[in-house]
Write a protein that binds this ligand. Structure first.
Ligand code: BGC
Length: 247
């Protein structure tokens, strides 16, 4: 079955039609920069444009960059504070007429990788960390997701969130070399490794296509693998979530 998958990010909103049984993208992707301020109205307009672009009449799966409880945003994340308590699926349905399933963006990326990518057939604890504008996390035990973990918001020893210090946006903002950034990542992964004892850590998000540039700075013993679908994992997993019970 084909489902429209949309990945709402802090910098770009990406979408494609996904064949959910195979986790593959069948039509060329569409990307629209995230409007600023990234208010509910502004994002709903972009979602409308995307649905129109694909002339999509069916259901839509959407990865969203905030934790969600009963479909409502628990925070505005890197978008806008006015998202708090908004029912995202209801807003987007109202804007487009389509049925929406909305899940956290990192959970979506993890769903794609655990089914078709670097986490396929992996038993035990698998953690996916997305490195982009923010840091997102997804954790699986024997392939089953525990949704809405927020490991990007763990604090480092200076009392700052790892996200503010270690996201890809921090690398860009502070103009860090891959080496310097890699050292920060090492501290982050070391902490994650200690508190969760995962069997595998998958790196997703915008940074997943250049893992080779910083991987030698990460010294944790646990295996680390880049997301096989790279930054498309979020789109694929969002569509898959619309087709499963993970809601
Ligand atoms: C949000 C997460 C999200 C991550 C990546 C964080 O700021 O709190 O929910 O998964 O950014 O977009």
């Amino acid at each position: 079955m084909d489902i429209l998958g949309i990945d709402v990010g802090g910098t770009g909103i990406k979408a494609a039609i996904v064949t959910v049984e195979t986790g593959t993208i069948s039509v060329e992707k569409k990307r629209i920069p995230t409007p600023r301020p990234a208010t509910p109205q502004a994002i709903a307009k972009v979602i409308q444009k995307i649905v129109k672009h694909f002339n999509w009449k069916g259901s839509v799966g959407c990865g969203f960059p905030t934790p969600l409880k009963h479909g409502k945003c628990m925070s505005g994340g890197n978008l806008h504070e006015s998202w708090k308590d908004v029912d995202v699926a209801a807003l987007f349905k109202n804007a487009t007429g389509n049925e929406f399933t909305v899940v956290n963006d990192a959970d979506a990326a993890g769903i794609a990788e655990i089914n078709f990518g670097a986490g396929k057939d992996k038993k035990g604890v698998v953690i996916m960390i997305t490195l982009g504008t923010g840091i997102g996390s997804a954790i699986f035990l024997d392939g089953k997701l525990l949704p809405n973990t927020e490991f990007g918001h763990l604090l480092n020893r200076h009392g700052d969130s790892f996200e503010s210090y270690t996201a890809d946006s921090a690398r860009k903002r502070e103009k860090l070399s891959q080496k310097k950034w890699g050292k920060r990542l090492d501290k982050y992964f070391d902490h994650l490794d200690f508190i969760m004892s995962p069997n595998l850590i998958i790196i997703g998000g915008g940074a997943s296509k250049r893992v080779h540039k910083f991987i030698n700075k990460i010294e944790v013993d646990t295996p680390i693998a880049p997301a096989e679908a790279e930054n498309e994992a979020g789109i694929i997993g969002a569509a898959m979530a619309a087709n499963s019970e993970i809601k």
